[in-house]
Design a protein around this ligand. Structure first.
Ligand code: HEC
Ligand code: HEC
Length: 357
């Protein structure tokens, strides 16, 4: 098969042996917008010394992937103070026109930064066109292209789009800059993150991107097994073998370990959807990391598949014929997919809502 994006280079260096390679190794005030007027959140609770976002103790199988697939631009490396500012912005409802939603409303930490709703609710109660995406291991999508249809060229470009989206947060960039500059706790956070208290949309974009890039799962059972610190059950092991080898295009051929990202979103593997043409109008869709997939239902770009068992064809036919797995193999594949869940990362206080502590 052809790999169209360079996103899995780390897993392709040595062709099939890649898999061995990888496994070896609140606003202070009240703001009036259109619609309802809400009082924005109180001051965020932050630690005296910033949490560690920039230097996570990543195991070697993840570091090897980071070395080749990282989409971090040289102009915006993750720093502890930058990601701290990004965390506050991410959970601040002041970033929406009427102070009713934050990024975290549609990307909930307890749901691996996705949403259990099929379509998410925006600031005036309207719903998004597609299902929310989990924000895990975003940094490892080599091309850096974001959204189900890859319409944003980078994470820095992407993070300002929901703020300006008329359904999601409803602001202009000028309104955003003025509003954030008027909130008491921001100047000091910008000062720490960027060396001066100037507030502009470029810095807001950089800080949000740093926070999103800092969210990496590396503490799942799968990761412990790869480090020789745990072992798979028989079903989990058989499930991994199926994932790596079954089918003429294997699951791993697209959802390449260790980050399980779609390398080559192909039309036949997308969920048939006459209302949505996807990437370049070719009926193709990106899939984010399959890590924590058991925690991010419902599935696919339109959220129409309610569970992993449904996606594997429990009802007789899989919603995507090309994703179909033989009945006797489903339980094994499911067991393997569940080993990808890392609850430690999503419960980590450094990724949590600082307005809620
Ligand atoms: C009202 C709900 C909602 C809000 C608020 C929201 N998002 Fe999203 N987010 C979504 C949906 C829905 C998608 C998928 C949209 C699409 O592909 O067309 C998405 C996609 C993304 C992606 C793409 C992930 C990938 O792997 O391609 C990122 C990154 C993201 N959002 C970050 C943010 C940030 C940062 C904020 C706050 C500034 C935010 N979102 C606010 C619903 C929301
Ligand atoms: C040719 C590439 C390809 C192959 C092979 C492939 N997938 Fe996918 N997968 C995709 C694409 C593309 C999507 C997103 C489709 C959409 O949303 O319409 C996806 C979506 C998924 C999702 C839902 C992700 C989400 O966030 O909603 C799961 C789970 C999944 N695949 C598992 C598997 C399993 C298990 C296999 C092997 C049986 C497999 N895939 C084989 C490309 C592939």
């Amino acid at each position: 098969m052809k790999y169209k994006t360079p996103g899995v280079i780390c897993c392709l260096i040595a062709g099939a042996s890649l898999f061995q390679y990888c496994s070896k190794s609140g606003s202070s005030g009240t703001v009036t917008g259109t619609g309802s007027t809400l009082t924005a959140s109180a001051t965020p609770q932050l630690p005296a010394a910033a949490f560690n976002y920039s230097n996570l103790p990543l195991p070697s199988h993840i570091l090897a992937c980071l070395a080749t697939d990282d989409n971090t631009p040289a102009t915006n490396p993750v720093t502890n103070d930058g990601a701290t500012l990004g965390r506050v912005l991410f959970y601040d409802k002041s970033l929406s026109k009427n102070n009713s939603v934050s990024c975290g409303s549609c990307h909930r930490p307890d749901l691996s930064f996705s949403d259990s709703a099929i379509k998410s609710k925006g600031f005036e109660g309207g719903v998004t066109a597609r299902h929310s995406m989990a924000l895990l291991n975003t940094r490892f999508y080599r091309s850096g292209k974001m959204f189900w249809d890859e319409r944003a060229n980078s994470l820095e470009e992407q993070v300002l789009m929901p703020i300006q989206n008329s359904v999601e947060m409803g602001m202009t960039l000028t309104e955003l800059e003025t509003k954030v500059a008027g909130i008491s706790y921001y100047p000091a956070l910008f000062q720490k993150a960027f060396g001066s208290s100037n507030i502009n949309s470029d810095r807001i974009s950089k800080a949000l991107a740093q926070f999103v890039r800092s969210i990496i799962t590396y503490q799942s059972k799968y990761d412990l097994v790869k480090q020789g610190q745990a072992s798979f059950t028989a079903d989990e092991r058989d499930g991994e073998t199926l994932f790596l080898t079954a089918g003429n295009v294997t699951c791993a051929g697209c959802h390449a370990p260790p980050m399980f990202l779609t390398s080559s979103p192909q039309a036949p593997f997308a969920l048939a959807d006459p209302t949505d043409a996807g990437i370049n109008n070719q009926h193709r869709f990106k899939s984010g990391s399959l890590r924590n997939i058991a925690n991010t239902a419902p599935y696919f770009h339109n959220g129409s598949v309610p569970s992993l068992t449904a996606m594997l064809g429990a009802a007789g036919t899989a919603p995507i014929p090309q994703h179909t797995v033989a009945p006797q193999d489903r339980q094994k594949l499911l067991a393997f997919l569940q080993t990808l869940t890392d609850v430690t990362t999503i419960a980590d206080v450094k990724y949590s809502d600082p307005f809620r502590q």
